[in-house]
Ligand binder design. Structure first.
Ligand SMILES: CC(C)(COP(=O)(O)OP(=O)(O)OC[C@H]1O[C@@H](n2cnc3c(N)ncnc32)[C@H](O)[C@@H]1OP(=O)(O)O)[C@@H](O)C(=O)NCCC(=O)NCCS
Length: 170
């Protein structure tokens, strides 16, 4: 069966939670310090879905092997045209185009929604993610030294940005 990218459903939450806890919480890819519960992922899913933000999964042979989503960049109304995304692929499914396929879907959703800027907030040591975003034409726009702390050390953040052309909003 070919790789399919589709909107996430409630039944995908155990897989999404497992991927995030392994790929994000178990590393510096995310600055969450403790594994997240299925219930907290469900609240996140419901909140994002209610607000019309996408959560998409990659499925291969009946198994969810990655997901991507975006949500508000910051709460204030003036940031309405900017989003912050995240993308996670299961370890054993990486470097086979899954992340790229997920991001293509997310960017297409963003274009349809009239999003002007997509921001990724990456750990500076996450070479795979930095190379991945560069390949997808995200530009590095900021480095914030020592804003995170995990595994007993300070962590630097790299912010990357993709600017999408949109008609001037009213
Ligand atoms: C970053 C991540 C999502 C990439 O997903 P992926 O499915 O492995 O990426 P793809 O196979 O689609 O790669 C697309 C391009 O990105 C680049 N890339 C991906 N992984 C790379 C790596 N480990 N080293 C160097 N370049 C890499 C390559 O240029 C690749 O294109 P190519 O195969 O034509 O050379 C994945 O490594 C991951 O889930 N990491 C842990 C979580 C994370 O860091 N998420 C990002 C923070 S939000």
């Amino acid at each position: 069966m070919p790789l399919s990218i589709r909107p996430a459903a409630d039944a995908d939450l155990p897989a999404i939670t497992a991927i995030y806890n392994d790929a994000g919480v178990g590393t510096t890819a995310s600055y969450d310090l403790e594994p997240v519960s299925l219930d907290s992922r469900r609240s996140w899913f419901e909140q994002r879905s209610r607000a019309g933000f996408p959560i998409v999964v990659a499925e291969l042979d009946g198994r969810v092997i990655g997901y991507a989503s975006y949500g508000p960049f910051r709460d204030k109304a003036g940031y309405a045209y900017t989003v912050e995304h995240s993308v996670y692929v299961a370890r054993d499914a990486r470097q086979r185009g899954v992340g790229q396929a997920l991001m293509a879907d997310l960017v297409s959703h963003a274009r349809d929604r009239g999003v002007h800027v997509m921001i990724g907030v990456l750990d500076a040591d996450n070479a795979a993610s930095i190379a991945f975003h560069r390949r997808l034409d995200f530009a590095e726009v900021a480095r914030l030294p020592q804003v995170g702390r995990k595994f007993g050390r300070w962590l630097d953040v790299v912010m990357v940005q993709l600017t999408l052309p949109v008609p001037e909003p009213d």
